[in-house]
Write a protein that binds this ligand. Structure first.
Ligand SMILES: [Zn+2]
Length: 411
C-alpha cells in the first residue's frame, strides 16, 4: 500500500474511532467533575473522607453549584457546534457534483496522473481573441509555468467541454487556467468552482475545502468551518476550565492528606492535552480566517498565483477594434446565432496575493455572520455560503487593482 493511500486509510479509520473516544472521554470527565468532585467531595463529603483527611472536609455548597453550572454551560456550548458540524458533514458537506466520467471505482494508483509530463506541449488558449503578440503582462502570464493543464487534456479527450461552463461565464469573474477555462477535476469529471479542492479521503471536490478532520469524522468545508471553529474555541475554554478546577482540588486533596485521586488526575492530564490541541487549533483557524485563507490555500500561499477571468463588460465597436492589454477568452466557446457573447480578460495575481481578502473584519463577518449571536451559537451557515450571482465568493481589493491596471475600470 502506497504511503499516501496508507495515510488516507489511517485518516478514514481515525475519523470513526476518534469521535467515539471523544464522546467516551467527555462522559468520564462529566462523571469526575460533576459527581466525584462536585457532589461527593464539595457538596456532600462522605464520612470516609472525613475519617481519611487530616483536616475537616466541610460541605461547600456554593462552590459545588458554581462548578457544576459552569461546567454544564461550557459542555453544552462545546457539544452544540460539534453536533452541528457532524450533522452538516452528513447532510450538506459542500461536495461538487460528479460528471458522467468520474473515476468512482478506480484505486488511486490507476487514476489519471496529476500533472502533465515535462515533455508535453504547453496547451494553447482556445480563445480566438487571444493576442498573437502579447503585451509584457500577457507575456509574463504566458511564460509562467502552466499551472493547470487538465482542462486542455480534458477537451482533447472528449472533443467538447464538459457541460456547466455557463455557470462560470454568467459571473463577472472566476478562477481559470491560463487559457481562460475554469479549473477541471479529472477525477470528478467536472469543473471546479472557485476555491474548490479535491479531497482524497472522500474522493470528491469540496467547496472551499479546509481540511479533513478525524476529530469530527469528516471534511471541514464552507458549510461547517464556522461550526468547527466554534467547537474548537469552546473546547479550549471547556478544557481550560477543567484544567484549572482539577489542578486546584487535586492540590488541595494532597495538602489535607487525602492523597491523589486517580480519576481526577487522569482527567486533569486529558484536559491539559486537549487544551493545548484545541487552543492551538483555535488560534490557527482564527488567524487564517482573518486573512480569508483555507488551510489548503494557506499551505501554498507563498508563491501562489491565480488566473482570473474577468468580464470586460459590453464592448463598443470602437473598443472591440483596439488591441487590449490582456489575453482574452470569449464565451460560449462555440457560440450559436443569437447567443449572449461574453468576453473575459485573463488576468493574473501577483505571487502570494489573496484575491478574496476583504480585510480582517469583513473576512470574519463573511465566515461568522453579522451579529454576535451568530458568532457565538451554531445557528446559521456562514454568509459566504450564499454564492452571489456575480462571484462565487466576493473578491477583494486585489481584483479591483487588477481591473484598473488592465484598463477595465477607472476606480
Ligand atoms: Zn474532484
Amino acid at each position: 500500500m502506497s504511503t499516501p493511500e496508507a495515510q488516507r486509510a489511517i485518516n478514514r479509520g481515525a475519523s470513526v474511532i476518534i469521535p467515539c473516544l471523544l464522546v467516551g472521554t467527555v462522559g468520564v470527565a462529566t462523571y469526575v467533575v460533576v459527581v466525584r468532585l462536585g457532589v461527593d467531595y464539595l457538596l456532600r463529603p462522605s464520612s470516609d473522607l472525613q475519617l481519611t483527611a487530616a483536616y475537616p472536609v466541610n460541605p461547600r455548597r456554593g462552590t459545588a453549584i458554581a462548578i457544576i453550572v459552569v461546567y454544564c454551560i461550557l459542555l453544552a456550548l462545546m457539544t452544540l457546534p460539534y453536533l452541528r458540524t457532524f450533522q452538516v458533514i452528513q447532510t450538506n458537506p459542500g461536495y461538487i457534483r460528479r460528471g458522467p466520467h468520474a473515476q468512482r471505482d478506480q484505486p488511486p494508483a490507476a487514476q489519471a496522473p496529476k500533472s502533465r509530463p515535462s515533455s508535453a506541449p504547453v496547451p494553447r488558449p482556445p480563445s480566438k481573441n487571444a493576442l498573437p503578440n502579447p503585451t509584457p503582462a500577457a507575456a509574463a502570464a504566458a511564460t509562467a509555468p502552466p499551472p493547470r493543464p487538465r482542462p486542455q487534456s480534458h477537451l482533447r479527450r472528449h472533443r467538447r467541454p464538459a457541460p456547466g461552463l455557463e455557470r462560470f461565464y454568467a459571473k463577472d469573474a472566476f478562477v481559470c487556467d491560463m487559457s481562460g477555462l475554469p479549473i477541471f477535476c479529472p477525477k470528478c469529471d467536472n469543473w471546479k468552482r472557485d476555491r474548490t479542492h479535491h479531497c482524497s479521503e472522500v474522493g470528491r471536490c469540496v467547496r472551499r475545502m479546509d481540511h479533513f478532520c478525524p476529530w469530527i469524522g469528516g471534511i471541514v468545508s464552507e458549510t461547517n468551518l464556522k461550526f468547527f471553529l466554534q467547537f474548537v474555541v469552546y473546547a479550549a475554554l471547556y478544557t481550560l476550565f477543567m484544567l484549572v478546577v482539577l489542578a486546584v482540588f487535586v492540590a488541595e486533596q494532597v495538602r489535607i492528606g487525602l492523597g491523589r485521586d486517580a480519576w481526577l488526575i487522569g482527567i486533569l492530564v486529558c484536559s491539559a492535552t486537549f487544551f493545548f490541541f484545541a487552543a492551538g487549533m483555535s488560534g490557527s483557524v482564527i488567524q487564517m480566517s482573518l486573512r480569508n485563507y483555507t488551510t489548503v490555500e494557506n499551505l501554498f500561499k507563498g508563491n501562489k498565483t491565480y488566473f482570473i477571468a474577468v468580464y470586460t463588460g459590453p464592448q463598443t465597436p470602437q473598443a472591440a477594434m483596439e488591441r487590449p492589454l490582456y489575453p482574452t477568452v470569449t464565451y460560449p466557446l462555440r457560440p450559436t446565432p443569437g447567443a449572449d457573447i461574453r468576453q473575459f480578460a485573463i488576468l493574473q495575481t501577483k505571487p502570494g496575493e489573496n484575491p478574496w481578502d476583504l480585510g480582517a473584519l469583513q473576512n470574519w463577518r463573511e465566515l461568522m455572520g453579522y451579529s454576535w449571536l451568530e458568532w457565538l451559537l451554531p445557528i446559521k451557515y456562514s454568509p459566504f455560503c450564499k454564492h452571489g450571482a456575480r462571484y462565487e465568493y466576493p473578491f477583494g481589493p486585489v481584483l479591483d487593482r487588477m481591473r484598473r491596471e488592465a484598463g477595465l475600470s477607472s476606480r
